[in-house]
Design a protein around this ligand. Structure first.
Ligand code: AHG
Ligand code: MN
Ligand code: MN
Length: 336
C-alpha cells in the first residue's frame, strides 16, 4: 500500500541553515546552525519583551551613558544581556562584540572549537522604543583568523566586511521578521507566535532596481557635504524615479523597506559627525553584506563598505546603501 507522504508545510530558519550548510559544506557538523539558533532564541525573547513594552518596566532610559556617548535605554540592556546569555551557551563562539559593551567579551580563547566571532547591535533604533516604532537587532559573524595569535583579540575582530561568513537582522514590527545571508542569497523568516518558530517566507530575495524611496534625515541638510546637498536637490526635482521619501529613524526598518521596496538610504557625514553616525562593524557591514547579496550596493562615498579595513571596535562610517542604480545616482553628485 502506498505510504502517504506529507510535505512539511513549514521550513524554519534552523532547517534552512542546515540545508544550506549541507549543500555548501557536506561535512558540516551543524555547529553553525547551532550558533544561529542562539541568535534566533535571543531575538524571540527580545521580541516578547518588545511586545509587552509599557506593560512591564522596560521602557525609558537608564542612568548609563555608553561608549557611543548615548543614554542607554532599558531595552538596550535587556537585549544585550539576552544575546550575550544565549551566545554564551554556544561553545563555538570565542568572542562577542556589542555596541553596548566598551570592550569585546572573550567567552573562550579563540581556538579550534571557539572559532566564531559574533558582533551585534542588540537593539537598533533605541530612540524609537518609547514611541512604539519599529526597532531591531543586527548581527554579523566572522571566523577567527588563522594567521593571528589567539591573544591578539582585536586582530581577530578588525576584519573587512567581505570576510563575514554570515550576517542578518531581526525587525520587531507588525510582525517579527528575520533576514539573513551566508553568502548564498538573502532569505526571510517570519516569527510564527503560534509555534514560536521563524518560518521561511521569502527565499533568494532581490532588491528592486528601480523605484522605492530615498531615506535620509534632512534635519542635518545644512551639515551635509555640498555634493549630498546637490543630490537631495536633484532627487526632489522630480527627475528621479524614487516614489517618495521615508525616514523611520531605525536603521533596520529603513533598510528593510529599502531591501523590499528599493531605493536608497543615506547617513552621510555631518559637521557634527564627520565620520558619519553609524557603526561599521555591527551596523554597516552586516547590512552591506545583505544588500550586495540581494543585488544592491553599499558605499561610504569613497569605497565599497565591505572593503573597508576597520581600525577600531566602534568605528563609525558614512553609509549610502540600497539599489545599485540609486546608490550610483548619489555618487554622481557626491564622490568625496
Ligand atoms: P542605535 O539605536 O543602535 O544607536 O542606532 C540608531 C541609529 C540608526 O538606527 C538610525 O538610522 C540612526 O541612528 C538615526 O539617527 P538620527 O536620529 O540622527 O537620524
Ligand atoms: Mn543601531
Ligand atoms: Mn543599538
Amino acid at each position: 500500500m502506498e505510504r502517504a507522504t506529507v510535505r512539511p508545510m513549514i521550513k524554519t530558519v534552523q532547517q534552512h541553515i542546515m540545508e544550506a550548510q549541507r549543500k555548501r559544506f557536506p561535512g558540516a557538523s551543524g555547529e553553525f546552525s547551532w550558533l544561529l539558533s542562539a541568535v534566533t532564541l535571543a531575538t524571540k525573547i527580545i521580541s516578547d519583551h518588545v511586545r509587552r513594552a509599557g506593560l512591564v518596566d522596560i521602557l525609558g532610559a537608564t542612568s548609563v551613558t555608553n561608549i557611543q556617548g548615548e543614554t542607554v535605554q532599558k531595552l538596550d540592556i535587556i537585549a544585550n544581556e539576552t544575546i550575550a546569555g544565549c551566545l554564551g551557551y554556544r561553545s563555538s563562539v570565542g568572542i562577542m562584540v556589542s555596541e553596548e559593551d566598551d570592550e569585546p567579551r572573550i567567552l573562550q580563547e579563540p581556538g579550534p572549537a571557539a572559532k566564531y566571532i559574533v558582533l551585534f547591535d542588540p537593539l537598533d533604533g533605541s530612540s524609537n522604543i518609547d514611541v512604539n516604532v519599529s526597532i531591531g537587532t543586527i548581527f554579523s559573524i566572522l571566523q577567527k583568523r588563522e594567521d593571528v595569535d589567539c591573544s591578539d583579540v582585536l586582530g581577530h575582530i578588525l576584519q573587512p566586511g567581505y570576510e563575514q561568513i554570515a550576517a542578518g537582522y531581526v525587525i520587531y514590527s507588525s510582525s517579527t521578521v528575520m533576514a539573513y545571508t551566508t553568502g548564498d542569497g538573502v532569505h526571510m523568516f517570519t516569527l510564527d507566535p503560534g509555534i514560536g518558530a521563524f518560518r521561511l517566507t521569502r527565499e533568494n530575495l532581490r532588491m528592486p532596481e528601480d523605484g522605492g524611496y530615498y531615506s535620509v534625515n534632512e534635519a542635518y541638510y545644512a551639515q551635509f557635504p555640498e555634493g549630498v546637498q546637490r543630490y537631495l536637490q536633484w532627487v526632489k526635482s522630480g527627475e528621479s524615479d524614487t516614489l517618495g521619501m521615508r525616514y523611520i529613524g531605525s536603521l533596520v526598518a529603513d533598510f528593510h523597506r529599502t531591501l523590499v521596496k528599493g531605493g536608497v538610504f543615506l547617513y552621510p557625514p555631518t559637521t557634527k559627525a564627520p565620520k558619519g553616525k553609524l557603526r561599521l562593524l555591527y551596523e554597516a557591514n552586516p547590512l552591506a553584506f545583505i544588500a550586495e547579496q540581494a543585488g544592491g550596493a553599499a558605499t561610504d562615498g569613497s569605497q565599497r563598505v565591505l572593503d573597508k579595513k576597520p581600525t577600531a571596535l566602534h568605528e563609525r562610517t558614512p553609509l549610502v546603501i540600497g539599489s545599485s542604480k540609486a546608490v550610483e545616482q548619489v555618487l554622481r553628485f557626491w564622490s568625496p
